[in-house]
Structure formats: structure tokens, C-alpha cells
Design a protein around this ligand. Structure first.
Ligand SMILES: CC(C)CCOP(=O)(O)OP(=O)(O)O
Ligand SMILES: [Mg+2]
Length: 240
């Protein structure tokens, strides 16, 4: 069984396989995305129950903007609907929401809803849910470099003040106490990172599940956590 004391503090999720799930059932793509939201709701519930501190989910990547216009619009509307519909349960479950990514590409109304949702939940001390929207690991590192370069230009720091902890605090995951995921789960059988968190995944345990995201439920999540608890994490140290 699962040992609560060796639960990952921060779990990262690539929720992949929604469109395939719909296609296999002869359903429209939107049904796959909506099924994906139901999966996310159940995994969030589990994280709260298991005392996991941070759950980061890859909801929409910088590259997803190149999907068919209709799909992009559907997804953006789904994010808006999801945040509005879930506000009650976020407050009841004491969940803090943070959204990371290039928000300048989002509609004004979605940007405002995100700001309000972050504001309303910022004092919640239960699970922190980090939703990556219009995000990529490379975008995150570039924006961190830009902020650091500005500090050097303004004479606030010297080039040799730049170190790992300075970069860590300039990344958009500076919204959490535990920015480095202990476990990354990617569903649907794809074995790649797809430009999700990059700097932060340096020593993260990777777990790839065959299930398509809408089929990834409690059993599959517990299986991933079980696998995590079997791992020997050496962080490049200990020589055995
Ligand atoms: C936007 C993202 C969460 C959607 C993930 O599922 P997907 O659309 O990549 O589905 P497929 O991999 O089956 O095409
Ligand atoms: Mg995919």
C-alpha cells in the first residue's frame, strides 16, 4: 500500500490523449477535452485527500496555439467555464490556484477571470493547483533571463550574482514553495516532455502511463504514486 510519509510533495501532470479518447468513441474533439476536465477534477480530489502539496498541470502549451482555430476557441472557453464552475469547490477544498504561462495571448476576459480566481484563492492553504496555460518551459526560462538581464542593466545585480537560486526565483513557478516536481506523470503512452517544465524537472521522477487522460482515474493515479514510492532518488549523488 501507499505510505503517506513518502508521498510526493509536488506532482506534475501532462494530461495527454483527450482527442484520441474522443476519436475512438466517435465523439467530437470537444467531448475529449470535457472528459479531460472530469479526470482533472478527480485527480485534484485525490491530491487533497492524500495531502499532496502542489499539483502542476499542463493545460495548454505555447505550441497548442497552432491547433485548429475551433479547438483553440473551445479550449479557451472550457478554461473559462471550468474556473467559473469550480470556484465553489476550490473554496470548499481550500485549494489555491496559480496560472503560469504567457497570459498576454489570452482574451481580456480570461485574463481577468484568472486574476480574480488567483486573488480569491490566494490565502487558501490546502493543495496548490498550478495550471500552465499558454506555457512552455523554454518560454519560462527566456522570461526569467529577460528579468535577470533587466536587473543587471539597472545595476541591481552583477552578472556573477546569477546562480541557480536566482534563476529558480525568476521562473514562473516562483508562485510555489515547492517549484521542483517530485513526480511527473504523462498519459497516453507518449514518452516526451513536450516543452513542459524544463528547469524544474532536473531531478524529477518520470512516470509514463498508457491510459488516455480521460481514462486516468484513481486506480491509475495510485499506481503512479506506488511506482514513485519504489524509486531510489539519488539526485546524482550516492554512488550505489
Ligand atoms: C490541450 C491538452 C490538455 C490536450 C491534451 O490532449 P490532446 O489534445 O493532445 O489529445 P491527443 O494527444 O489525443 O491529440
Ligand atoms: Mg496530445
Amino acid at each position: 500500500g501507499l505510505r503517506r510519509e513518502s508521498m510526493p510533495r509536488h506532482v506534475a501532470l501532462v494530461m495527454d490523449g483527450n482527442r484520441r479518447w474522443a476519436r475512438i468513441r466517435g465523439l467530437p474533439v470537444g467531448s475529449g477535452y470535457e472528459a479531460g476536465v472530469r479526470s482533472l477534477r478527480s485527480v485534484v480530489e485525490l491530491c487533497c485527500k492524500l495531502g499532496i502539496r502542489v499539483l502542476s498541470v499542463f493545460a495548454f502549451s505555447s505550441e497548442n496555439w497552432f491547433r485548429p482555430q475551433a479547438e483553440v476557441e473551445f479550449l479557451m472557453e472550457l478554461f473559462e467555464r471550468g474556473m467559473r464552475d469550480e470556484m465553489g469547490s476550490l473554496l470548499r477544498e481550500n485549494i489555491r490556484i496559480s496560472v503560469i504561462g504567457d497570459s498576454s495571448k489570452l482574451s481580456r476576459s480570461l485574463q481577468e477571470l484568472i486574476t480574480r480566481t488567483e486573488e480569491t484563492t490566494k490565502t487558501n492553504c490546502g493543495l496548490q493547483l498550478i495550471v500552465a496555460v499558454s506555457y512552455s518551459g523554454q518560454y519560462d526560462i527566456v522570461q526569467a533571463c529577460q528579468k535577470i538581464a533587466l536587473k543587471v542593466k539597472d545595476g541591481l545585480i552583477e552578472p556573477n550574482d546569477i546562480n541557480e537560486s536566482l534563476i529558480k526565483q525568476e521562473l514562473e513557478t516562483n508562485c510555489t514553495e515547492f517549484p521542483y516536481p517530485d513526480l511527473l506523470i504523462r498519459t497516453s503512452g507518449e514518452l516526451r516532455i513536450s516543452n513542459f517544465l524544463l528547469w524544474q524537472l532536473a531531478y524529477t521522477e518520470l512516470f509514463f502511463a498508457q491510459s488516455l487522460w480521460p481514462d486516468f482515474g484513481e486506480v491509475e493515479f495510485l499506481e503512479a504514486l506506488q511506482a514513485f514510492q519504489q524509486r531510489q532518488r539519488r539526485y546524482g549523488g550516492r554512488d550505489f
